[in-house]
Design a protein around this ligand. Structure first.
Ligand code: PSU
Ligand code: MN
Length: 356
């Protein structure tokens, strides 16, 4: 590791989150000698100082995914998007925490040089799902985390609100291929609320919702009855619950936490002004799906392949719509994180009132 980078890791070593089995002795981590990445215990999560501070003072924190940066959009729009989303979160009073594994160290909260590195790596960065986490750490690789790995690391750090574009789901034909995104099982067990524009119609949305029900994931339409379909506000499937305000969403997240439940998915529909462009993208989606089948694209390559082809076939319309919905999700997620921090503070003070 280069000297500058290892100094930075050393500076961050005061913000290590112990793995759950070590949770009873956090001091061990705070006093651990640290001369660089090599001495960070494998699997310990390093928090950016701004994130550690926000958490310690009960401030609002929003986790952000990095596969959307590396694999979800082309350079340089991906870097612009990553910066802009962090700025939106800050402007609304929360602290952004982009999650990734850098040189084998799981990180919650990145600085600008880290964002740039992931954006420039693009699809050369490893796409890290839950199953990939141990190997990427052990081999000191650099990887961008999907919804599943981001949720996992955010939860370990104590962050409970997470913003992204769209979640993975049950792929079409998934009842035979068993290609079901680890995002869905992760949310069944990890107490994180994901704010997204739903699931793309490259997926089987009705089966995705069935699977989420089986996993006990709280699925919520944010201000809408239907679970949104990413480029479209409509999927034809009702969400089982509706949140009418940031405060109500925060109360749902709080209730799940108090009861020790798993995660939730808040479907925030694409803003109406951008839906028309989104509709055009549907034709590209259908063609990309046919190509993936003809070319026998499989496993973890399916989602990146489809996203790339949809972008190419729709001539940039999909990228515009994608950027618009991510910004919107960041606004909503940040507002809910702020409401959640306020709710937690009220409960601590014992002055909690009902009536949202
Ligand atoms: N859907 C999108 N954009 C994305 C992804 C999904 O609209 O960037 C990424 C997310 O990181 C998600 C992952 O967690 O793809 C799901 O991949 P898979 O289907 O291999 O689980
Ligand atoms: Mn998959």
């Amino acid at each position: 590791m280069e000297v500058r980078a290892s100094r930075r890791v050393a500076a961050l070593a005061g913000h290590l989150v112990p793995s759950p089995s070590d949770a009873s002795s956090p001091k061990k981590w705070l006093t651990m000698p640290c001369d660089g990445g090599a001495s960070v215990a494998a699997g310990a999560v390093v928090l950016h100082p701004s994130v550690a501070e926000a958490l310690a003072s009960g401030g609002a924190v929003v986790a952000l995914e990095s596969t959307i940066v590396s694999h979800g959009m082309p350079y340089p729009q991906n870097l612009q998007m990553a910066r802009e989303v962090e700025a939106i979160v800050r402007a609304r009073g929360a602290t952004p925490a982009t999650v990734a594994i850098l040189d084998g160290v799981p990180r919650v909260g990145l600085d600008d040089a880290d964002l740039r590195r992931l954006a420039e790596l693009g699809a050369r960065a490893r796409k890290v799902s839950r199953r990939d986490v141990p190997a990427v750490i052990a081999r000191r690789e650099t990887g961008a985390t999907t919804v599943s790995a981001t949720a996992l690391l955010a939860a370990r750090a104590g962050v409970s609100v997470f913003v992204t574009g769209g979640i993975g789901g049950v792929h079409r034909g998934g009842e035979a291929s068993m290609d079901v995104s680890a995002d869905l099982t992760e949310l069944g067990k990890t107490p994180v609320a994901v704010f997204c524009a739903g699931a793309k119609s490259v997926l089987d949305i009705p089966r995705t919702l069935e699977f989420l029900e089986t996993q006990g994931v709280a699925v919520v339409g944010y201000g809408v009855k239907e679970f949104p379909a990413f480029f479209s506000r409509s999927s034809g499937c009702d969400a089982p619950a509706v949140a009418a305000s940031p405060e109500q969403a925060a109360r749902m997240i709080r209730a799940a936490k108090t009861l020790g439940l798993g995660g939730s998915v808040f479907g925030v529909p694409i803003p109406e002004a951008h839906e028309a462009a989104g509709r055009e993208v549907q034709r590209a989606i259908d063609r990309a799906l046919a190509e993936a089948e003809a070319m026998r694209v499989k496993g973890a390559d399916v989602t990146p392949f489809l996203l790339k082809r949809i972008r190419e076939l729709s001539g940039g319309a999909s990228l515009e719509a994608n950027l618009a919905l991510v910004r919107n999700n960041a606004e909503v997620g940040a507002d809910v994180a702020v409401a959640l921090a306020r709710l937690a503070a009220e409960e601590r003070e014992g002055g909690e009132e009902g009536g949202v």
